[in-house]
Write a protein that binds this ligand. Structure first.
Ligand SMILES: C[S@@+](CC[C@H](N)C(=O)[O-])C[C@H]1O[C@@H](n2cnc3c(N)ncnc32)[C@H](O)[C@@H]1O
Length: 731
């Protein structure tokens, strides 16, 4: 990676030395086109198996915010290398079909016939399939950037999707010589509507939108306006431009909103997650057209979303099943924001705070990802892309590379969603303040990239699946770690990090479920882990996020003598040796635990003991496996104590009438579920009345760790052959 960055830095410096020069034109127009077509042909005849695609993000530059009529037209011969031509635009026509790599690459010409390579980043993957970008397409690049590329060549590079406008052949900006000889640009509104319908039936929705827009400019009658806008709204729904669909449907000149208007409006509102209004539109539709069956199912769906959004009522079992079956595991569910609010913290910017007291296990947030990319473990070669940000020296790998284009497109399609995303933490990046120009949204790719770098989460297909694989030590887990899925969850992005946190975020497909992992008073900051605390690398390295963690755990590791932490590490190794013999050396293991305990400076109640809890759990498991329930209870309880839990009523001998109770919750770990199950199984013979209480705590820990407990009974069973209670057939 360092080599790649250094090499690219040298290329960049060499390129910078040519800044302001006109490019050397080494070959003829024909040769440039032929060479490009030849390479395209070679790659289709002889494709490289699973190519690793490496790309570099140039130093950040702002998107164009100038209205087109404030810009001057220019030609290729006016362009200079390594220069953003502010104040200019260039009209280009594709002379080759595009080739899709990490961006869309093609050869274009200007009005004078000069050719140049054009590379478009962050564009919709359907751009070439739906006919928007093909040989012959005319486009306007605002404030073009001519960049030196590999081997000293040059290309016009467009990083911001709002810097390029694809124009239909009849647009006045298209040079006369490029317009088709026979053109019905002066057709009637009806002609354009028919042309739009034709494009619609071919699935060319963007081109249909252009036709309908042209129809609206041709003095249509009131009745025609209604039909054209309804049709255009349908195209906007198909292209996921829900804001635009709503705009078309709102205030149509109809005496009463028609069936089509209401239905399409309800759909647009649904996809904008405005479920209350979607239900209202459905309600009006149900009154007007009680027998409209297609709408009934949609209305039911909208009501279910509303219930989730308002009350946090989800069918988690069904969600888990869907996440397991679907690829990508994108779930049709609403976001619930529970008893939390964004507030300013003293020293960590904004944070999320409780608005009322909550209990361990309570649902705080269940959020649908704004953008989500899925890494399919069954197909690990699917994404072998690497994106290197030269400015920040950060590398993005695998499917994460697709997250920026996805988020950028979504913002461009639905600008009403932008404020929730652009308000997220973006460090020192200085974005443009203009959000719309010429009626089109302005999307700053580099801002989105910064936001994702600071706020995106990596995730498994589901935390439950990950947990089950981890218990079985499936190699799949490793694969998952190498190239995880990822996404952006805007509300969760306000949560600050603490190694010893009071909440946990679990995943079910593209839904993030955040629950309290302890009882939290009102008006208290919620924290989660960005990275799990690992005693091998404490204090946690949070350099990527630009802060040093100051939680009690990290503070304690900073203040602990190096000799004490290295002693603990060697005790961990000794413990492993003592327990991995055919007959475990129990006495030795106990003496290691006593020795390790002495290396801690502060009580476990104040600072969890990372090395110790693992040792205690290992010993509890070994005692359970060797049929020593009393000892396994002793060390299971010591595991919890090492994690800062205060548990009462669990000690032996059992005193009739006592209840097992967690007085204070400690640092939640996935293996706490195993610990509670070891306790439950040990109690079967020696304190049967405590069994169900220990299972209840296993269930609650499961709920906090995996986001729900509806699948507990199909995953964990007291009578399983395994110590951790995992049911063999659980998947
Ligand atoms: C995902 S954002 C969290 C929300 C952020 N505080 C805000 O104002 O939008 C991550 C950023 O929050 C800050 N942050 C998170 N946890 C922190 C902590 N424990 N200490 C200091 N800063 C923290 C860092 O600046 C980090 O890059």
């Amino acid at each position: 990676m360092r080599n790649l960055i250094e090499q690219q830095m040298r290329t960049l410096q060499a390129a910078q030395s040519r800044k302001g020069q006109h490019p050397d034109i080494m070959q003829s127009r024909e040769m440039t086109i032929m060479q490009f077509m030849f390479q395209q042909k070679i790659s289709t005849i002889n494709p490289i198996q699973n190519p690793v695609r490496t790309s570099f993000l140039p130093p950040a530059y702002p998107p164009s915010v100038a209205p087109l009529d404030m810009l001057q037209t220019c030609m290729f011969k006016d362009l200079m290398l390594e220069t953003h031509h502010r104040g200019s635009y260039i009209v280009l026509r594709a002379v080759t079909p595009p080739s899709l790599m990490l961006g869309a690459m093609l050869i274009v010409e200007d009005e004078e016939g000069d050719v140049v390579q054009l590379t478009l980043y962050n564009q919709d993957v359907h751009l070439t399939g739906d006919g928007r970008l093909a040989q012959g397409t005319v486009m306007v690049v605002k404030e073009p950037y001519l960049k030196v590329v590999a081997a000293g060549n040059h290309a016009i590079r467009v990083d911001h999707v709002s810097d390029i406008i694809f124009v239909p052949e009849y647009d006045p900006i298209v040079p006369l010589s490029w317009r088709p000889k026979v053109m019905n640009a002066d057709g009637s509104a009806n002609d354009w509507k028919v042309a739009g319908n034709d494009k619609f039936s071919q699935g060319k929705y963007h081109q249909a939108i252009d036709c309908y827009s042209q129809a609206l400019k041709c003095s249509p009658s009131t009745a025609e306006i209604v039909i054209i806008r309804q049709n255009r709204a349908l195209c906007f729904l198909k292209t996921h431009q829900f804001d635009a669909a709503l705009r078309d449907l709102d205030g149509l000149p109809e005496p009463q909103p028609s069936k089509k208007t209401l239905f399409r409006k309800a759909q647009a509102l649904y996809h904008l997650q405005r479920f209350q209004e979607s239900c209202e539109a459905h309600q009006a539709l149900a009154l007007a057209c009680p027998n409209y069956d297609a709408a009934k199912a949609e209305f039911k769906r909208a009501r279910e979303r509303l219930k989730e959004q308002k009350h946090g009522r989800y069918q988690f079992k069904q969600m888990q099943a869907e996440a397991r079956k679907r690829s990508p595991p994108v779930l049709d569910r609403a976001t619930y924001i529970g008893p939390v609010a964004v507030k300013h913290t003293k020293s960590r910017g904004r944070g999320l705070f409780t608005t009322r007291p909550v209990q361990a296990g309570d649902l705080l947030i269940c959020e649908k990802a704004f953008a989500y990319v899925f890494s399919d473990i069954a197909n690990p070669d699917q994404h072998r892309s690497i994106l290197i940000n030269i400015e920040t020296s950060e590398m993005t790998k695998g499917v994460d590379v697709d997250l920026t284009p996805l988020a950028v497109q979504k913002l461009q399609q639905n600008p009403s969603m932008a404020p929730a995303v652009t308000a997220l933490h973006h460090g020192s990046y200085n974005p443009v303040t203009v959000s719309e120009v010429d009626g089109m949204p302005v999307v700053d790719t580099f801002l989105v990239d910064r936001i994702l770098s600071n706020n995106s989460f990596s995730c498994p297909r589901s935390s439950r699946e990950h947990y089950i694989h981890a218990l079985r030590r499936s190699p799949k887990v490793e694969l998952d770690k190498d190239s995880p899925s990822g996404g952006l969850w805007p509300m969760a992005s306000y949560i600050n990090h603490a190694c010893h946190s009071n909440a946990r975020n679990a995943f079910i497909g593209d839904m993030m479920v955040i629950r309290a992992t302890e009882d939290i008073p009102a008006n208290t900051e919620i924290t989660i882990w960005y990275r799990a605390a690992d005693y091998d690398s404490m204090p946690s390295n949070m350099r990527h996020w630009g802060f040093d963690c100051t939680c009690v755990l990290c503070q304690d590791y900073r203040e602990t003598e190096k000799s004490a932490t290295s002693a603990r590490k060697s005790e961990v190794a000794d413990m492993h040796k003592a327990l991995s013999r055919q007959v475990p050396h129990f006495a030795k293991a106990e003496s290691i635990i006593s020795a390790t305990e002495k290396t801690y400076r502060r009580p476990a109640l104040e600072v969890p003991r990372l090395e110790l809890w693992e040792m205690c759990l290992a010993l509890a498991s070994n005692h359970a496996a060797h049929n020593n329930p009393r000892k396994s209870v002793k060390f299971a309880l010591k595991t919890l104590e090492s994690l800062s839990y205060v548990v009462t009523g669990a000690e032996l001998p059992y005193v009739p009438g006592t209840q097992l109770h967690v007085e204070k919750w400690g640092m939640l770990q996935g293996r706490a579920i195993r610990c509670w199950m070891i306790l439950a199984r040990a109690y079967i013979k020696i304190a049967p009345r405590l069994v169900s209480q220990a299972v209840a705590y296993a269930r609650l820990s499961y709920k906090m760790w995996l986001g729900e407990d509806e699948t507990f009974d199909q995953t964990i069973d007291l009578w399983s052959d395994r110590l951790d209670g995992l049911i063999d057939s659980a998947r």
